[in-house]
Design a protein around this ligand. Structure first.
Ligand code: AMP
Length: 279
Protein backbone atom coordinates (compact mmCIF):
# COMPACT_ATOMS: atom_id res chain seq x y z
CA UNK A 1 0.00 0.00 0.00
CA UNK A 2 1.26 3.41 -0.99
CA UNK A 3 0.79 6.03 1.76
CA UNK A 4 0.50 9.54 0.34
CA UNK A 5 0.34 12.74 2.40
CA UNK A 6 0.89 15.50 -0.13
CA UNK A 7 -1.82 16.85 -2.43
CA UNK A 8 0.67 17.39 -5.29
CA UNK A 9 1.91 13.80 -4.97
CA UNK A 10 -1.64 12.41 -4.99
CA UNK A 11 -2.53 14.51 -8.05
CA UNK A 12 0.57 13.30 -9.91
CA UNK A 13 -0.29 9.69 -9.04
CA UNK A 14 -3.88 9.91 -10.26
CA UNK A 15 -2.75 11.71 -13.40
CA UNK A 16 -0.32 8.92 -14.21
CA UNK A 17 -2.91 6.21 -13.42
CA UNK A 18 -5.34 7.89 -15.81
CA UNK A 19 -2.65 8.14 -18.45
CA UNK A 20 -2.13 4.38 -18.13
CA UNK A 21 -5.87 3.83 -18.66
CA UNK A 22 -6.53 2.65 -15.07
CA UNK A 23 -9.89 3.19 -13.38
CA UNK A 24 -9.93 4.60 -9.84
CA UNK A 25 -12.36 3.80 -7.00
CA UNK A 26 -12.40 6.23 -4.06
CA UNK A 27 -13.62 6.04 -0.45
CA UNK A 28 -13.33 9.28 1.53
CA UNK A 29 -13.45 8.91 5.33
CA UNK A 30 -12.57 10.73 8.53
CA UNK A 31 -10.73 7.69 9.91
CA UNK A 32 -11.21 5.72 13.14
CA UNK A 33 -12.14 3.03 10.64
CA UNK A 34 -14.71 0.34 11.41
CA UNK A 35 -16.54 -2.37 9.48
CA UNK A 36 -18.86 0.23 7.90
CA UNK A 37 -15.94 2.00 6.24
CA UNK A 38 -14.31 -1.29 5.29
CA UNK A 39 -17.35 -2.56 3.37
CA UNK A 40 -17.14 0.58 1.22
CA UNK A 41 -13.47 -0.15 0.56
CA UNK A 42 -14.08 -3.85 -0.17
CA UNK A 43 -16.71 -2.87 -2.74
CA UNK A 44 -14.39 -0.25 -4.22
CA UNK A 45 -11.71 -2.88 -4.62
CA UNK A 46 -14.04 -4.90 -6.85
CA UNK A 47 -15.18 -1.98 -8.95
CA UNK A 48 -11.96 -0.45 -10.33
CA UNK A 49 -8.30 -1.14 -11.08
CA UNK A 50 -6.99 1.00 -8.22
CA UNK A 51 -8.55 1.71 -4.81
CA UNK A 52 -7.81 5.03 -3.14
CA UNK A 53 -9.11 5.69 0.39
CA UNK A 54 -8.57 8.93 2.27
CA UNK A 55 -8.56 9.85 5.94
CA UNK A 56 -9.14 13.53 6.57
CA UNK A 57 -10.92 14.97 9.62
CA UNK A 58 -12.42 17.92 7.80
CA UNK A 59 -12.48 21.04 10.01
CA UNK A 60 -15.02 22.92 7.86
CA UNK A 61 -17.79 20.39 8.53
CA UNK A 62 -17.59 20.82 12.31
CA UNK A 63 -19.40 23.73 13.99
CA UNK A 64 -18.06 25.72 16.93
CA UNK A 65 -18.23 23.62 20.10
CA UNK A 66 -18.46 20.34 18.15
CA UNK A 67 -15.99 17.47 18.48
CA UNK A 68 -13.38 18.42 15.82
CA UNK A 69 -10.49 18.45 18.31
CA UNK A 70 -11.68 15.35 20.18
CA UNK A 71 -12.63 13.31 17.09
CA UNK A 72 -10.88 9.91 17.32
CA UNK A 73 -7.62 9.79 15.37
CA UNK A 74 -5.97 6.40 14.94
CA UNK A 75 -3.54 6.58 12.02
CA UNK A 76 -1.72 3.33 12.84
CA UNK A 77 -4.95 1.33 13.24
CA UNK A 78 -6.42 2.90 10.09
CA UNK A 79 -3.33 2.05 8.00
CA UNK A 80 -3.48 -1.57 9.21
CA UNK A 81 -7.16 -1.91 8.30
CA UNK A 82 -6.71 -0.20 4.95
CA UNK A 83 -3.86 -2.44 3.88
CA UNK A 84 -5.76 -5.55 5.01
CA UNK A 85 -8.76 -4.44 2.94
CA UNK A 86 -6.69 -4.05 -0.20
CA UNK A 87 -6.41 -0.25 -0.39
CA UNK A 88 -3.76 0.59 -2.98
CA UNK A 89 -3.28 4.25 -2.08
CA UNK A 90 -3.97 5.59 1.43
CA UNK A 91 -4.29 9.36 1.19
CA UNK A 92 -3.79 11.32 4.44
CA UNK A 93 -3.72 15.01 3.53
CA UNK A 94 -3.07 17.66 6.19
CA UNK A 95 -5.59 20.46 6.90
CA UNK A 96 -3.09 23.15 5.95
CA UNK A 97 -2.80 21.68 2.45
CA UNK A 98 -6.54 21.25 1.94
CA UNK A 99 -7.26 24.73 3.34
CA UNK A 100 -4.22 26.89 2.60
CA UNK A 101 -4.14 30.49 3.87
CA UNK A 102 -6.60 32.64 1.93
CA UNK A 103 -8.98 29.74 1.19
CA UNK A 104 -12.45 31.15 0.52
CA UNK A 105 -14.33 29.02 -2.04
CA UNK A 106 -17.22 26.80 -0.90
CA UNK A 107 -19.86 24.58 -2.49
CA UNK A 108 -23.46 24.90 -1.29
CA UNK A 109 -26.24 22.47 -2.16
CA UNK A 110 -28.80 25.01 -1.11
CA UNK A 111 -32.01 23.05 -0.44
CA UNK A 112 -30.84 19.54 0.48
CA UNK A 113 -28.50 20.95 3.12
CA UNK A 114 -31.26 22.73 5.03
CA UNK A 115 -33.32 20.10 6.93
CA UNK A 116 -32.41 17.28 9.33
CA UNK A 117 -28.72 17.48 10.29
CA UNK A 118 -28.34 20.75 8.38
CA UNK A 119 -30.84 22.44 10.70
CA UNK A 120 -28.86 21.69 13.85
CA UNK A 121 -25.41 21.82 12.23
CA UNK A 122 -25.42 25.00 10.10
CA UNK A 123 -22.59 24.96 7.56
CA UNK A 124 -21.99 21.22 8.00
CA UNK A 125 -22.96 20.15 4.48
CA UNK A 126 -21.22 23.15 2.93
CA UNK A 127 -18.04 21.80 4.54
CA UNK A 128 -18.82 18.26 3.38
CA UNK A 129 -19.61 19.23 -0.23
CA UNK A 130 -16.55 21.47 -0.45
CA UNK A 131 -14.10 18.88 0.83
CA UNK A 132 -15.60 16.08 -1.27
CA UNK A 133 -15.35 18.19 -4.44
CA UNK A 134 -11.74 19.02 -3.58
CA UNK A 135 -10.92 15.36 -2.93
CA UNK A 136 -12.60 14.38 -6.22
CA UNK A 137 -10.44 16.93 -8.05
CA UNK A 138 -7.29 15.60 -6.40
CA UNK A 139 -8.03 11.86 -6.70
CA UNK A 140 -10.04 11.98 -9.97
CA UNK A 141 -12.07 8.83 -9.21
CA UNK A 142 -14.32 7.07 -11.72
CA UNK A 143 -16.48 5.78 -8.90
CA UNK A 144 -16.83 6.86 -5.25
CA UNK A 145 -18.50 5.06 -2.33
CA UNK A 146 -20.58 6.59 0.46
CA UNK A 147 -22.57 4.96 3.28
CA UNK A 148 -26.35 5.22 3.40
CA UNK A 149 -25.92 5.75 7.15
CA UNK A 150 -25.18 9.39 6.32
CA UNK A 151 -28.29 9.50 4.16
CA UNK A 152 -28.51 13.27 3.78
CA UNK A 153 -24.81 13.48 2.97
CA UNK A 154 -25.27 10.91 0.19
CA UNK A 155 -28.13 12.94 -1.32
CA UNK A 156 -26.09 16.17 -1.07
CA UNK A 157 -23.13 14.55 -2.85
CA UNK A 158 -25.34 13.03 -5.57
CA UNK A 159 -26.97 16.41 -6.20
CA UNK A 160 -23.59 18.18 -6.33
CA UNK A 161 -22.31 15.64 -8.86
CA UNK A 162 -25.38 16.16 -11.07
CA UNK A 163 -25.46 19.93 -10.71
CA UNK A 164 -21.76 20.47 -11.37
CA UNK A 165 -21.46 17.82 -14.14
CA UNK A 166 -18.80 15.87 -12.27
CA UNK A 167 -17.63 12.78 -14.06
CA UNK A 168 -17.88 10.32 -11.18
CA UNK A 169 -20.37 7.58 -10.33
CA UNK A 170 -21.66 7.76 -6.76
CA UNK A 171 -22.51 4.46 -5.07
CA UNK A 172 -24.55 4.41 -1.83
CA UNK A 173 -23.75 1.40 0.36
CA UNK A 174 -26.00 -0.26 2.99
CA UNK A 175 -25.69 0.61 6.68
CA UNK A 176 -23.44 -1.79 8.60
CA UNK A 177 -24.75 -2.50 12.11
CA UNK A 178 -23.50 -4.20 15.23
CA UNK A 179 -25.31 -7.39 16.29
CA UNK A 180 -27.45 -5.23 18.63
CA UNK A 181 -28.70 -3.17 15.68
CA UNK A 182 -26.63 -0.10 16.59
CA UNK A 183 -25.30 1.50 13.39
CA UNK A 184 -21.52 1.45 13.37
CA UNK A 185 -19.98 4.88 13.78
CA UNK A 186 -16.62 6.32 14.77
CA UNK A 187 -18.56 8.29 17.40
CA UNK A 188 -19.72 5.07 19.12
CA UNK A 189 -16.28 5.16 20.77
CA UNK A 190 -17.60 8.05 22.92
CA UNK A 191 -20.28 5.77 24.48
CA UNK A 192 -19.99 4.10 27.88
CA UNK A 193 -21.30 0.52 28.12
CA UNK A 194 -24.54 1.79 29.61
CA UNK A 195 -24.98 4.43 26.89
CA UNK A 196 -24.23 1.85 24.20
CA UNK A 197 -27.09 -0.28 25.56
CA UNK A 198 -29.44 2.72 25.54
CA UNK A 199 -28.34 3.64 21.99
CA UNK A 200 -29.81 0.39 20.67
CA UNK A 201 -33.19 2.15 20.97
CA UNK A 202 -32.33 4.26 17.90
CA UNK A 203 -32.41 1.33 15.49
CA UNK A 204 -35.32 -0.20 17.42
CA UNK A 205 -37.36 2.99 16.94
CA UNK A 206 -36.63 3.02 13.22
CA UNK A 207 -37.39 -0.71 12.98
CA UNK A 208 -40.77 -0.12 14.64
CA UNK A 209 -41.59 2.68 12.18
CA UNK A 210 -40.78 0.37 9.29
CA UNK A 211 -42.79 -2.47 10.83
CA UNK A 212 -45.86 -0.21 11.14
CA UNK A 213 -45.34 1.11 7.62
CA UNK A 214 -45.09 -2.44 6.26
CA UNK A 215 -48.28 -3.21 8.20
CA UNK A 216 -50.10 -0.53 6.20
CA UNK A 217 -49.88 2.59 8.39
CA UNK A 218 -49.15 5.66 6.25
CA UNK A 219 -49.71 8.66 8.55
CA UNK A 220 -46.26 10.08 9.28
CA UNK A 221 -47.42 11.46 12.64
CA UNK A 222 -48.58 8.00 13.79
CA UNK A 223 -45.42 6.31 12.53
CA UNK A 224 -43.21 8.89 14.22
CA UNK A 225 -45.13 8.67 17.49
CA UNK A 226 -44.41 4.94 17.69
CA UNK A 227 -40.70 5.62 17.18
CA UNK A 228 -40.64 8.44 19.73
CA UNK A 229 -42.28 6.20 22.31
CA UNK A 230 -39.47 3.66 22.01
CA UNK A 231 -36.85 6.38 22.34
CA UNK A 232 -38.46 7.91 25.42
CA UNK A 233 -39.31 4.55 27.09
CA UNK A 234 -35.66 3.56 26.91
CA UNK A 235 -34.38 7.04 27.87
CA UNK A 236 -32.15 6.87 24.80
CA UNK A 237 -31.16 10.52 25.02
CA UNK A 238 -32.12 13.94 23.76
CA UNK A 239 -33.85 13.73 20.37
CA UNK A 240 -32.50 16.25 17.89
CA UNK A 241 -34.94 15.10 15.19
CA UNK A 242 -37.00 12.12 14.15
CA UNK A 243 -38.65 12.70 10.78
CA UNK A 244 -39.99 11.02 7.68
CA UNK A 245 -38.94 12.66 4.43
CA UNK A 246 -38.96 12.04 0.71
CA UNK A 247 -35.93 9.87 -0.03
CA UNK A 248 -34.70 12.05 -2.92
CA UNK A 249 -35.74 15.62 -2.17
CA UNK A 250 -35.76 15.28 1.65
CA UNK A 251 -39.03 17.21 1.69
CA UNK A 252 -41.27 16.51 4.66
CA UNK A 253 -44.17 14.12 4.04
CA UNK A 254 -47.50 13.84 5.85
CA UNK A 255 -48.31 10.46 4.30
CA UNK A 256 -45.38 8.09 3.94
CA UNK A 257 -44.82 6.12 0.76
CA UNK A 258 -42.23 3.59 -0.43
CA UNK A 259 -38.88 5.30 -1.07
CA UNK A 260 -39.31 7.73 1.84
CA UNK A 261 -36.78 7.67 4.63
CA UNK A 262 -37.25 7.79 8.40
CA UNK A 263 -34.21 9.51 9.88
CA UNK A 264 -33.14 10.52 13.36
CA UNK A 265 -30.40 12.17 15.35
CA UNK A 266 -30.19 11.58 19.08
CA UNK A 267 -27.66 12.83 21.60
CA UNK A 268 -26.56 9.89 23.77
CA UNK A 269 -24.10 11.24 26.34
CA UNK A 270 -21.65 13.35 24.39
CA UNK A 271 -22.19 11.37 21.15
CA UNK A 272 -24.63 12.77 18.62
CA UNK A 273 -25.72 9.63 16.76
CA UNK A 274 -27.61 9.45 13.47
CA UNK A 275 -29.43 6.57 11.83
CA UNK A 276 -32.15 6.02 9.25
CA UNK A 277 -34.30 3.41 7.58
CA UNK A 278 -35.65 3.44 4.05
CA UNK A 279 -39.37 2.64 3.79
P1 AMP B 1 -16.99 9.09 8.18
O1 AMP B 1 -15.61 8.59 8.45
O2 AMP B 1 -17.91 9.02 9.34
O3 AMP B 1 -16.98 10.44 7.48
O4 AMP B 1 -17.62 8.08 7.11
C1 AMP B 1 -16.97 7.81 5.90
C2 AMP B 1 -17.92 7.03 5.01
O5 AMP B 1 -18.26 5.81 5.64
C3 AMP B 1 -19.23 7.79 4.76
O6 AMP B 1 -19.62 7.61 3.41
C4 AMP B 1 -20.17 7.11 5.72
O7 AMP B 1 -21.52 7.18 5.31
C5 AMP B 1 -19.67 5.68 5.68
N1 AMP B 1 -20.11 4.97 6.88
C6 AMP B 1 -19.92 5.35 8.18
N2 AMP B 1 -20.52 4.46 9.01
C7 AMP B 1 -21.11 3.54 8.23
C8 AMP B 1 -21.92 2.37 8.49
N3 AMP B 1 -22.22 1.99 9.73
N4 AMP B 1 -22.35 1.66 7.43
C9 AMP B 1 -22.06 2.04 6.17
N5 AMP B 1 -21.32 3.12 5.86
C10 AMP B 1 -20.85 3.85 6.87
Amino acid sequence: MNVVKGVAEMKALSRSLKRDGKTIAFVPTMGALHEGHLTLMAEGKKRADVLVASVFVNPTQFGPGEDYKKYTRDTEGDLDKMSQTGVDIAFFPGPEEIYPPGFQTYVEVTELEKPLCGASRPGHFRGVATVVLKLFNIVRPDVAFFGRKDYQQLQVIKRMVRDLDLDVEIVGMPIVREASGLAMSSRNAYLSEEQRTRAVALSKALGEIKRKFDGGERKASVLLESGKRILSDSSAGEIDYLEIRNGDTLEEVMLASPGDVAALAVKVGRARLIDNIEL
